[in-house]
Design a protein. Structure first.
Length: 377
């Protein structure tokens, strides 16, 4: 149970003892080596978060395996560990530093996967450490393809037709049912690793085999291809009091079928009608509220192209939904750095302050110096 006293969250534990909800020490997980799909944007995010936490009087402990980053500068965090990002190493760091909370949402997919692995290994329970920003069950719902599809059905958001497979035999059966072309999407992987588009049965066999071997839980999602549809992203923010705002929306120059890591993106979008913009904005806010995320979130949509465009590129017109939810990143993403620069809204900084109990209307916008973080840029 939690409530606010004098502008600060209070928690009531299982034994009825009230303790301050604001953590005194927080472990921030970095993103590791800079690789395709997970680049220097997370260094920016981690640096901003450490500065924001220190402003709140929180002691920061940073762990990252990449020394060639700004976040690993000894002036950024109070304690810096340049160590392998593994469960064993983080177990030893947590035992030594005894943080009150862990902030995994600023280290890309690496941070999220480590948070899940630490929970599964019993490390969080052993040291009584809580996850900040995004609850563990939310991470699982977003990263596990089957749980994510269940969530979309719960909140009434449309999804492309598709099925989950864990074996080659299941995948072949689904492939024959749905038909080609198909997109193969892997669970708990970075940047779509192991997946791809299958237009022939030879490609299907190769991509399914790759996807099953790449996914840590041997799970893939086989969906009907939406190649040619518009790809739209929304950056949204929510605090612990359920205040939600849209930071901005972005439009990929390339349509669905080209990975976002290979595509130029424009902020704000240039070709959406106001009706389309508001429709996707409402869906984004419904999703972040449904997931219970405290901090930043990235929602990706496929939007049906205009009928004349669809006809020109040979797409069949759809009737069941004008858009589909493609993916949700329950964390700061690569797009967050772009959205911060494009709008003047420091997403990582605000997300870190929300993680330690601040509301959007309590956080000054450090860029404008005049508005609160509750104002949409």
């Amino acid at each position: 149970v939690r409530w606010r006293v004098g502008g600060q969250w209070r928690l009531k534990g299982a034994k009825g003892i009230s303790i301050s909800g604001k953590p005194g020490k927080v472990l921030v997980i970095g993103s590791g080596p800079i690789v395709i799909g997970q680049a220097a944007e997370f260094d920016y995010a981690g640096t901003q978060a450490c500065k924001a936490l220190r402003e709140e009087g929180v002691t920061t402990v940073l762990v990252n395996s990449n020394p060639a980053t700004i976040m690993t500068d000894d002036a950024t965090a109070d304690h810096v560990y340049i160590e392998p990002l593994s469960v064993d190493v983080l177990d030893r760091i947590i035992e030594r530093e005894k943080p009150d909370g862990i902030l995994p949402t600023l280290g890309g997919q690496t941070g999220l996967n480590l948070a899940v692995a630490l929970a599964d290994a019993g490390v969080l329970d052993k040291y009584n450490v809580r996850l900040l920003g995004t609850p563990l069950d939310t991470i699982r719902r977003c990263e596990d393809r089957e749980l994510f599809r269940d969530f979309l059905r719960e909140v009434g958001e449309p999804e492309p037709r598709g099925e989950i497979a864990s074996t080659m035999e299941e995948a072949r059966s689904i492939g024959r049912s749905v038909g080609l072309p198909l997109v193969v999407r892997t669970a708990y992987t970075l940047g779509g690793s192991g997946g791809g588009f299958a237009s022939t049965w030879e490609e299907f066999e190769a991509i399914v085999e790759s996807g099953l071997s790449t996914s840590p839980i041997s799970q893939i999602l086989l969906e009907r291809s939406l190649a040619g549809w518009k790809e739209i992203e929304y950056e949204v923010m929510r605090d612990g009091a359920d205040n939600c705002i849209t930071i901005c929306n972005m439009e990929n120059i390339d349509p669905m079928g080209v990975h976002t890591g290979d595509s130029i993106v424009v902020a704000p979008s240039q070709t959406l009608t106001d009706k389309d913009y508001q429709m996707l904005r409402s869906a984004s806010l419904k999703i972040i509220r449904g997931l219970g995320i405290e901090g930043g979130c990235n929602v990706q949509f496929a939007l049906q192209p205009h009928s004349r465009v669809a006809q020109a590129i040979g797409l069949e017109p759809e009737s069941d939904s004008p858009y589909y939810v493609i993916e949700v990143n329950p964390r700061v993403s690569r797009s967050s750095a772009l959205a911060s620069k494009a709008t003047g809204y420091p997403i990582a900084r605000v997300a870190a302050k929300i993680a330690v109990g601040k509301r959007l209307d309590e956080i000054p916008n450090a860029v404008t110096d005049k508005t609160k973080a509750a104002f949409e840029p």
